[in-house]
Design a protein around this ligand. Structure first.
Ligand SMILES: C[S@@+](CC[C@H](N)C(=O)[O-])C[C@H]1O[C@@H](n2cnc3c(N)ncnc32)[C@H](O)[C@@H]1O
Length: 242
């Protein structure tokens, strides 16, 4: 019963069917496990890296609450980057929920049309401090050129020992999500999916070639769905600024 309470609450609020989230072994995931699993591996890397950094930048933060939970006690400077419309709504929601956000610097940025690092520096980001950049659930909405531009900006500006933690999707996933019922949701919010890597063969090589081409060595990485004959559908990857 204890485990079913959050799902019962979800059902009461949304009216949607209360499914139990699964946590399969690494590599055995199906696409339905994506959200739970990717966050689990993000959290695993965050737990290790957060002890070595002074700043946390949540890029494309959306409604991520990482800056308001136990990380708040870590004596970090927090920055959240997102499009203005999302940030305005998030700030209003935090306020109406009584959740303090004064410790977070909100920086409005469009990764496509603006220089994210330039906007961060204008907002008080300290380039001499080691930083953890989180980029969860965002690269797939951008073009390869914009993903590369943002990675290059981080690599050229952040101090050595900083880390970029991101999820990068397989082209297969982008194609599936562009066709299935997920497309209806994306159409409703006027969003489209774009960037993915070819993970159908030699996925580890595809990933390292891509990340290293932006001058960052690959640290820890987790390929979800790796046991499928079609290859993994996403990787959570730690890219190191050295
Ligand atoms: C799926 S949400 C992920 C939110 C959060 N990182 C999480 O994991 O819960 C994608 C986020 O990326 C942001 N985003 C998408 N394209 C963007 C762009 N071109 N510039 C800035 N933010 C963007 C969206 O506004 C949204 O908050």
């Amino acid at each position: 019963m204890a485990y079913s309470l959050p799902l019962w609450v979800k059902y009461k609020i949304s009216g949607g069917v209360a499914l139990y989230p699964r946590v399969p072994a690494l590599g055995a995931e199906a696409i339905v496990d994506l959200i739970v699993e990717r966050t689990l591996y993000f959290d695993r890397v965050i737990e290790r890296v957060v002890e070595q950094v002074d700043q946390l930048v949540v890029m494309g933060a959306g409604y991520d609450m990482g800056a308001y939970g136990k990380l708040q006690g870590k004596n970090l400077s927090f920055f959240e980057l997102d499009q203005p419309s999302v940030q305005t709504h998030k700030l209003a929601t935090l306020e109406s929920s009584g959740i303090a956000s004064e410790h977070v610097t909100f920086v409005s940025v469009d990764f496509t049309n603006e220089n994210a690092m330039g906007r961060l520096i204008e907002s008080g980001f300290d380039t001499s401090k080691k930083t953890l950049f989180l980029w969860e659930g965002v690269t797939l909405y951008l073009s390869e050129a914009d993903v590369r531009k943002t990675m290059r900006g981080i690599c050229n500006t952040a101090t050595a020992g900083s880390v970029l933690l991101a999820d990068i999707y397989a082209q297969r996933f982008i194609e599936i999500a562009g066709k299935t019922s997920a497309k209806k949701t994306l159409d409703a919010t006027d969003e489209g999916l774009d960037f993915g890597l070819n993970f159908s063969t030699k996925h580890e090589e595809s990933l390292s070639v891509f990340v290293e081409s932006e001058s960052m060595p690959v640290g820890e990485c987790f390929f979800l769905g790796e046991k499928s004959d079609k290859g993994p559908f996403v990787v959570v990857v730690e890219a190191i600024i050295d």
